[in-house]
Write a protein that binds this ligand. Structure first.
Ligand SMILES: Cc1ncc(COP(=O)(O)O)c(C=O)c1O
Length: 406
């Protein structure tokens, strides 16, 4: 069987394309890891070989994202959705240890809802209970149809509670294509000015679909940054946590004070105490992630990747704006809140969207249909999509505009 796969370009939203050279290397390691005669997935997770992968992966993430010494890099399973629950359980336990006298109604969890993933996370917090959810802002209230997530709302609309147990946001909304800006002067930036540093309110960021696509602004101010691996990092099955050390709390002690007990595999302190090896980790996903990061390093690390991603999204939005100016496209998201990783739009006119997707598919551009809950078109430009591949798609779109705009 040939390992060639240049016949299509995979724009899937995650799991998504990974660098071919990395997968070739991984395929070798899957059969015979470092000449041991044993494949990576067959080694013991307690072996020195695998211990080295865990440490190296953490070190690579630390270097590339400039993780401060106040934070630990941990690995777990359960996906980003697992953290929807783990965030609530661990941070309410922390809050219980700090303020044992408060009632559950007085433990407020602040959710910034800018898209479908943060909405889902807030629903899990409501489901788990142990505190009450305050929706700090819901971006649908500021969109034209009051249904679509189309922008980061203006800072003035964020209603944080006084001293919440934590503040939660999703940095890049994969389904909607809405992302916070890294420019602190932009109205689409995260409103850090509204959160007093001296209150030590834990701020949690779901970075699943933007992790390692560009530097994380204000990384030190976060209590937790987490990401499912299956976008820019590696295969699904691995979840990365960057946790501030004061949020690794004794959840059993909190449970004695009335907090909900935390399932052991979700307990951040336990994960840390065991160097992310409390139980068998997703070894293959971690191995591939290590190779992906080594590859990224060889390309020039975060600065080079950031530049590449910036250029990719610029040329794509440019052609989409051309289509919008000609009345053929409608971009879902306001300019200042547009995602670098996921570009969402609609093709206007009877049957035109189906035609676009059909012609794109025939031309080898795969997985461009929008998420089933919102429809439309979604392009995902994760790290493994090259500038050349983006340019090929841009040319296709330009030709489609020429053929179909009135
Ligand atoms: C931003 C974001 N958060 C959470 C999730 C859920 O991730 P998982 O399927 O790993 O639970 C996704 C999945 O695409 C996502 O993009």
């Amino acid at each position: 069987m040939s390992l060639e796969r240049t016949q299509v370009i995979n724009f899937n939203s995650g799991p998504c394309a990974l660098p071919t050279s990395v997968l070739e290397e991984a395929a070798k390691g899957l059969i015979n890891y470092k000449g041991t005669g044993i494949g990576l997935a067959e080694l013991s997770h307690r072996s020195g070989y695998f211990g080295a992968i865990v440490n190296d992966l953490a070190a690579l993430i630390r270097t590339q994202l400039d993780v401060p010494p106040t934070h630990e890099v941990l690995f777990t399973q359960g996906g980003a959705t697992g953290q929807f629950s783990a965030v609530v359980l661990n941070l309410l336990a922390r809050h219980r240890l700090l303020y044992p006298e408060l009632t559950d109604e007085e433990r407020v969890m602040d959710y910034v809802v800018t898209g479908n993933w943060s909405k889902k996370a807030s629903e899990e917090a409501t489901r788990l209970g142990g505190g009450v959810v305050n929706i700090v802002t819901d971006a649908r209230t500021v969109s034209e149809d009051h249904k679509t997530f189309a922008s980061i709302p203006p800072h003035g609309s964020f209603q944080f509670s006084k001293k919440p147990a934590f503040v939660y946001y999703c940095e890049n909304e994969t389904i909607d294509g809405v992302q916070f800006s890294t420019d602190p002067k932009s109205s689409a930036s995260f409103p850090w000015e509204a959160i007093k540093e001296e209150d030590f309110v834990p701020v949690v960021g779901d970075y699943s679909s933007s992790f390692l696509s560009r530097p994380i602004p204000d990384i030190a101010r976060h209590a937790l940054i987490y990401a499912g691996a299956q976008k820019n990092l590696g295969p699904a099955g691995l979840t990365v946590l960057i946790v501030r050390k004061d949020c690794l709390v004794d959840t059993d002690a909190a449970a004695k004070l009335g907090a909900q007990p935390v399932p052991i595999t979700m307990d951040w302190k336990v994960i840390h105490a065991n160097n992310s090896l409390y139980n068998t980790p997703p070894m293959f996903a971690m191995y591939v992630s290590q190779l992906v990061l080594e590859h990224a390093q060889s390309l020039g690390g975060m600065p080079a990747i950031t530049l590449m991603n910036e250029r990719k999204k610029d040329i794509l939005y440019e052609v989409l704006d051309e289509g919008a100016a000609k009345g053929l496209f409608r971009l879902r998201v306001h300019k200042d809140s547009r995602s670098w990783m996921n570009q969402t739009f609609h093709v206007l006119g009877e049957g035109k969207e189906e035609l676009f997707l059909e012609q794109a598919d025939k031309a080898g551009f795969k997985a461009l249909a929008g998420h089933r809950s919102v429809g439309g078109v979604r392009v995902s430009l994760y790290n493994a999509i090259s500038e050349e591949q983006t340019a090929v798609l841009v040319n296709f779109i330009r030709e489609f505009i020429k053929q179909n705009a009135a």
